[in-house]
Write a protein that binds this ligand. Structure first.
Ligand SMILES: C[S@@+](CC[C@H](N)C(=O)[O-])C[C@H]1O[C@@H](n2cnc3c(N)ncnc32)[C@H](O)[C@@H]1O
Length: 224
């Protein structure tokens, strides 16, 4: 499918798949959305933890990985980041994205390149604070250790485009991946999706959404 670069309202770029009328991020601001949903409501949920294991559904443009590694560096945190992606992007397209320029870190450009050029299917030590494990896998068939992640970044295309990724079966995998007390965060606030989370045993929080969206979702796997 054809992907084309568009500029969102905070001047950060994203990708549009015209055939599906679907973007990789909010057109109200890709950068602001990622900071709001995944850094502020995700990583910052654990202010005292010095080691975090994060699982991301959909590596895509690598924006969440870039922001997480930058956060780890700035806050002297260790992040072990695993991300699956069924349709990796071409480097040529990635190089047109302007995410490194939006970050106050002169190493951001090389960091972003490293995140994308690092090997699939093995653990890559990106810097002393960030380890990346990119897996070229389908959510429907991948296997990872259960009870091992503190945070799931659930960044799939929306339920309108990929309804199968928001079903109880797909979400059960996420529940199983998380440690008790772990959280799933996503930009999505659809009613059926939240009912699916609740039926799996998640405690569901409705949080204020990023610019242009009323709500987002954070779901906690309860401790026994
Ligand atoms: C909304 S985009 C977000 C990607 C990324 N987090 C970002 O910030 O660019 C969703 C991503 O999920 C990927 N994807 C779609 N179906 C998938 C599947 N079944 N398994 C794994 N990845 C999938 C897409 O290729 C796309 O990169």
């Amino acid at each position: 499918m054809d992907r084309k670069i568009i500029v969102t309202q905070d001047n950060s770029k994203t990708l549009l798949i015209s055939e599906l009328n679907e973007t990789y991020h909010s057109t109200n601001g890709a950068y602001n959305e990622a900071i709001h949903v995944f850094i502020n409501a995700g990583i910052q949920f654990f202010p005292k933890k010095e080691n975090l294991k994060i699982f991301e559904m959909g590596f895509g443009t690598g924006l969440n990985a870039l922001l997480s590694s930058n956060y780890a560096l700035n806050n002297q945190l260790q992040i072990n980041y695993t991300s699956i992606e069924k349709y990796p992007l071409d480097m040529e397209l990635v190089q047109e994205l302007n995410y490194p320029q939006l970050i106050d870190n002169k190493e951001a450009e090389s960091l972003f390149t490293l995140l994308h050029s690092s090997s699939w299917g093995k653990e890559n030590k990106i810097n002393p604070h960030f380890t990346l494990n990119k897996l070229k896998e389908d959510l429907a068939s991948f296997n990872l250790d259960m009870n091992s992640f503190d945070i799931v970044f659930y960044d799939a295309f929306g339920p309108r485009v990929q309804p199968d990724l928001w079903t109880i079966e797909s979400l059960r995998k996420m529940y199983e991946l998380l440690v008790p007390g772990g959280i799933l965060v996503t930009y999505c606030a659809q009613g059926q999706f939240k009912r699916n989370l609740k039926s799996l045993g998640f405690l569901v929080e409705n949080l204020p959404g990023p610019p242009g969206k009323r709500e987002m979702t954070r779901a906690i796997k309860p401790k026994p």
